[in-house]
Write a protein that binds this ligand. Sequence first.
Ligand SMILES: *[C@@H]1O[C@H](CO)[C@@H](O)[C@H](O)[C@H]1NC(C)=O
Ligand SMILES: *[C@@H]1O[C@H](CO)[C@@H](O)[C@H](O)[C@H]1NC(C)=O
Ligand SMILES: *[C@@H]1O[C@H](CO)[C@@H](O)[C@H](O)[C@H]1NC(C)=O
Ligand SMILES: *[C@@H]1O[C@H](CO)[C@@H](O)[C@H](O)[C@H]1NC(C)=O
Length: 345
Amino acid sequence: MGHPSATVLLCQLGLSTAIQWLGLTESGSGVSWNESQHCRLLVPEQLQLCRRNLEVMPSIVRAARHTQALCQQSFADMRWNCSSIRRAPRFGPDLLKGTREAAFVYALAAATIAHGIARACASGELPLCSCGPGPPGDPGPGGRWGGCGDNLSYGLQLGAAFADSSSRSGKLGTHGRKAMNLHNSAVGRTVLSDSLDTKCKCHGVSGSCSVKTCWKGLSSLDEIASDLKSKYLAAIKVSHRLVGPRKQLIAKDMDARPVTETDLVYLINSPDYCTPNLQLGSLGTQDRQCNKSSVGSASCALLCCGRGYNTYTEEVEERCHCRYRWCCSVVCRSCRRRVERHVCK
Ligand SMILES: *[C@@H]1O[C@H](CO)[C@@H](O)[C@H](O)[C@H]1NC(C)=O
Ligand SMILES: *[C@@H]1O[C@H](CO)[C@@H](O)[C@H](O)[C@H]1NC(C)=O
Ligand SMILES: *[C@@H]1O[C@H](CO)[C@@H](O)[C@H](O)[C@H]1NC(C)=O
Ligand SMILES: *[C@@H]1O[C@H](CO)[C@@H](O)[C@H](O)[C@H]1NC(C)=O
């Protein structure tokens, strides 16, 4: 039965985190999931789920890969650009501590895993779930339920079991951090649930849309990630405090609005990520490319933290003079163009 010793070792070294599974990208995305090879990247509670649900593991590996890519894409123009997520399963302090960045990653990971399982049910990939008919009632004029809807409830259930298992029962991290992680994962799933919407496809005489087939579908992960990025920017700093008989996450600033189930929360302030500091998980922004005409987070002023930037020109090769050739291809020439690049000092 597997190699539990490897997992135990990881725990003893204090390297375990509830999002360690994001490191599953490197291994085992192939068709056959090798229990002894791959389950052991997981913390003990996930190991159980992995062994009992081997068929769902390819969806989880895909979710890990999507989470990494979406995070980097969402933060490409920020000082903290999520490149550290590539270190999974060995994260740095930016994601191991109760930071705003960790809040985003936990929420995104939870949403992505549930999304992946819900989709896998709909596509018939998983033996234990299926797509159901639409809800009772009429989907709208000219429409009828059909197709195959995303199985949100199954995705939420199994996704939460997997993503939250170690925060719920493990010995990882402080109580405050566990509460924070669970809250932020739940926010990710709420954003995902709220995105479930009726989608329809038209049939009938050319473009008339006289007959529609409708199903319940989830938003794309790009939309979910962009929603969560807004929540990251508006995240609330909290502390884990006794309120009556129970400890709860309470907004630290008296003036802040109360925490709701759609707010991301964090426990400690992040560094400004301007200069390298390994203790704080900051890589700094030296040599990052900035945008001279932008006024937002990618602007040279903000990205370079006032240190200024160097400008150089580069020749890029592009497709140009493209022509459509009958039938059916586009033929292009290749042109060289000089572009100015700005790089933080
Ligand atoms: C799983 O991986 C182990 C170690 O590489 C190997 O010995 C075993 O044959 C593999 N099992 C399957 C079913 O592929
Ligand atoms: C989801 O899968 C479960 C388990 O197979 C099934 O009972 C349920 O009807 C499915 N629901 C939807 C909405 O597809
Ligand atoms: C992200 O930032 C790091 C540290 O500044 C840098 O090394 C890396 O190239 C950046 N990644 C991207 C995709 O811009
Ligand atoms: C730079 O910012 C401007 C203004 O926001 C935008 O139109 C442009 O596409 C950006 N350039 C790059 C290379 O991202």
